[in-house]
Write a protein that binds this ligand. Structure first.
Ligand code: ATR
Length: 276
């Protein structure tokens, strides 16, 4: 019998998750079928419940439903609690379990695929919205020397930093800032977790933030964002979020199936078909 999974979002048409999970299923010989579910904004919970009643085993959740998926769940992982938003729901006999695999997907892409160490490095996260909340916990788990969160609206960066400093009391420095305060500071890893690049915009990031040998990482994939262009001009290595997309999917697959697929060929496959 085939087990049913899906990605649910609005919009969802563009999602690469069905292709990624089809590759994972083929590779691991798991009897998995993975589709797309569109939900009207008001109808997210009903679509999830119907899919569950029809025999679905779990869903990935994408914009704009990650917070509502968190609220819908009956139990949540530590990663889910940290982010207050989830991208993975598992339908169990005793309820709906929620997890957030985005941050661990980012950390795996950085450390395993891109060879970028996080431990004892200076890390800058740009943005203080849902995407930033999703990645800060796993980044702090990896033991950076500093984690600075910068945002156009500095108060939101302060709130995020205060929350994560409280969750990770042993972390050496977790601070929030506006972009202007970054003048004169250098980072080994700069992560763009803003949505600015989607509309071709660029946060007011000082070009001097890239330390020699720094890696610039944009969570957005398949786009030449102004952030990656700035980083390249400043001499930094630049990476988009395609590897994170595949790694977060692999972690969801592991939660559902107990098996870890090989991500490298799937990243290569998508790289070949993406517009980047
Ligand atoms: P997501 O879930 O993708 O993080 P979000 O919660 O709406 O979406 O957050 C968007 C983030 O991108 C915010 O940090 C936002 O900054 P503000 O908090 O100041 O709004 C940031 N952002 C969006 N457009 C931006 C732009 N043009 N310049 C700088 N930051 C931008």
């Amino acid at each position: 019998m085939t087990d049913l999974y899906a990605v649910i979002g609005n919009p969802v048409e563009h999602s690469r998750s069905p292709l990624i999970h089809a590759e994972f299923a083929r590779q691991t010989r798991q009897p998995v079928s993975y589709g797309k579910l569109y939900a009207e904004i008001a109808g997210f919970e009903a679509v999830v419940q119907r899919f569950r009643e029809e025999g679905g085993r779990g869903v990935n959740v994408t914009v704009p439903f990650k917070h509502r998926a968190y609220a819908l769940a009956s139990s949540r992982s530590r990663r889910a609690e940290e982010a207050q938003a989830v991208n993975t729901l598992s339908f169990e006999a005793d309820g709906i379990k929620a997890d957030n695999t985005d941050g661990v997907g980012l950390v795996r892409d950085l450390t395993r695929n891109l060879g970028c160490a996080i431990q004892n490095r200076r890390v800058l996260v740009m943005g203080a919205g849902g995407a930033a909340y999703g990645v800060c916990g796993p980044l702090l788990d990896a033991g950076p020397a500093t984690l600075v969160v910068a945002n156009r609206t500095p108060d939101k960066a302060m709130d995020l930093a205060t929350r994560f400093a409280g969750l990770f009391p042993a972390a050496p420095e977790v601070t929030g800032a506006g972009y202007a305060e970054l003048e004169g500071r250098e980072f080994d890893l700069v992560i763009n977790a803003t949505s600015a690049g989607l509309s071709g915009e660029m946060p007011a990031l000082p070009a001097g933030v890239f330390a020699p040998g720094a890696l610039a990482y944009d969570l957005v994939y398949g786009k030449d964002t102004p952030f990656l262009a700035l980083a390249a001009r400043a001499g930094a290595r630049a990476a988009d979020g395609l590897g994170m997309l595949v790694e977060q999917a692999a972690e969801s697959f592991y939660l559902w199936r107990g098996m870890r697929p090989d991500t490298a060929p799937v990243i290569e496959l998508l790289r070949g078909t993406s517009k980047c």
